[in-house]
Design a protein around this ligand. Structure first.
Ligand code: UDP
Length: 380
């Protein structure tokens, strides 16, 4: 049984669900919690996944505790009725950790996809760093995307036998959707694609950036749009009203700024492939953009995804308004600085992470051999 509730979980769980559906040995049941609503349904649609159960917990402005309480309360009877052999959770959302706890309470083994990411700061990202650590305490199988995340788990005394390095399933999802060559539903984006203009693609939503930091992001974008009238700034705005109220008022009346609703995944990855520079506080985008050779400036002070920083395609720049303006300006004006960051690298996966994940789950259930770690001999 795979349980997921938000857009990023859906994107990263989808390839695993597809691989489970293709497996002879395992049956797949999908449960969505609806922690995000439209943004979640968009992803299920693209990957043609019809969830078997919908816990429908969404409520505007629900607190983290309400989300967790609702998942625990509504998932438990589903677990009792379905009696799954294992419950798969992805990542570090409130849905993910609450679902893991619900399964643990019923003695059902928990499989953690994207295990072992650590920023080292329990308050950042909030609440994700705590969520992922809690899930690590109760998971039976840890599917680590990289050897760095495996090392984090080993350091926390997780047994090596319970960890398999699979790569990150987001790269499977990215490669699957890039093949679809999705048309843009918003004609403004189709025009933009045809124009060949340079594009600054921006996403922002992190809870710890809410308020003053996000206002600063809005002001930085205004300044950049005015300084570079030939560059198109595109912001697919997150559904959260707190994010919208902080950023969008700054962007009104600027001809070269396009604010869109959240884009369907296929449209977003196509836009990513057209972007010149990516400015984001997203986790998933940090993993996807390096595969497409796009320089990424991350509006955070730390990251649980150090691999692309080491590879030189991602830079942490924080949320200071002036720093954002300076870093973007440098990439838009200094060709050497741009070339130094714009090279394709795949530290997060090779597109076959879901198959490795299903092999590891089969092994957990005594249905097959243990797969070798990704990146090791026998599994390059
Ligand atoms: N994404 C999308 N449409 C958008 C913006 C982002 O499909 O308009 C995708 C993006 O490709 C990435 C995921 O959503 O895979 C990231 O989600 P988000 O930034 O909300 O969460 P995080 O990755 O930070 O947990």
């Amino acid at each position: 049984m795979t349980v997921y509730g938000t857009r990023p979980e859906a994107i990263k769980a989808a390839p695993v669900i597809k691989a489970l559906e293709a497996s002879d040995a395992l049956d797949s049941i999908t449960v969505v919690t609806g922690q995000h609503r439209e943004m979640l349904d968009q992803v299920s649609e693209i990957f043609e996944i019809s969830p078997d159960r919908d816990l429908d917990i969404f409520e505007h402005g629900a607190s983290l505790s309400t989300i967790v309480a609702r998942v625990l309360e509504r998932l438990d009877p589903v677990l009792e009725a379905e009696k799954p052999a294992a419950v798969i959770v992805q990542g570090d959302t409130s849905t993910s950790t609450a679902a893991a706890l619900a399964a643990f309470h019923r003695g059902i083994p928990v499989v953690h996809v994207e295990a072992g990411l650590r920023s080292g700061n329990i308050l950042s990202p909030f609440p994700e760093e705590a969520n992922r650590k809690i899930t690590s305490q109760i998971a039976a199988l840890h599917l680590a995307p990289t050897s760095t995340s495996k090392a984090n788990l080993l350091r926390e005394s997780v047994h090596a036998d319970d960890i398999v390095v699979t790569g990150n399933t987001v790269i499977d999802a990215l490669l699957m959707t890039m093949e679809m060559k999705t048309p843009f539903t918003d004609p403004a984006l189709e025009d933009l694609a045809d124009s060949g203009s340079r594009i600054l693609l921006v996403t922002t939503h992190r809870r710890e950036n809410w308020g003053g930091a996000m206002e600063g992001v809005g002001r930085a974008l205004t300044r950049l749009a005015k300084s570079f009238p030939d560059v198109q700034v595109v912001l697919p705005a997150h559904r959260n009203p707190v994010v919208r109220e902080a950023v969008l008022p700054h962007l009104e009346g600027l001809d070269n700024v396009t604010v869109t609703e959240p884009l369907a995944y296929g449209e977003f990855t196509r836009l990513l492939s057209l972007a010149t520079v990516v400015l984001t506080d997203s986790g998933g985008v940090q993993e996807e953009a390096p595969s497409l050779g796009k320089p990424v400036l991350v509006m955070r002070d730390n990251t649980e995804r150090p691999e692309a920083v080491t590879a030189g395609t991602v830079r942490l720049i924080g949320t200071d308004e002036q720093r954002i303006v300076d870093e973007v300006t440098s990439l838009l004006t200094d060709e050497a600085a741009y070339r130094a960051m714009a090279h394709a690298t795949n530290p997060y996966g090779d597109g076959r992470s879901a198959d490795r994940s299903v092999a590891a789950i089969s092994h957990l259930l005594s249905l097959g051999p243990r797969p070798a770690d990704w990146g090791t001999e026998g599994n390059p």
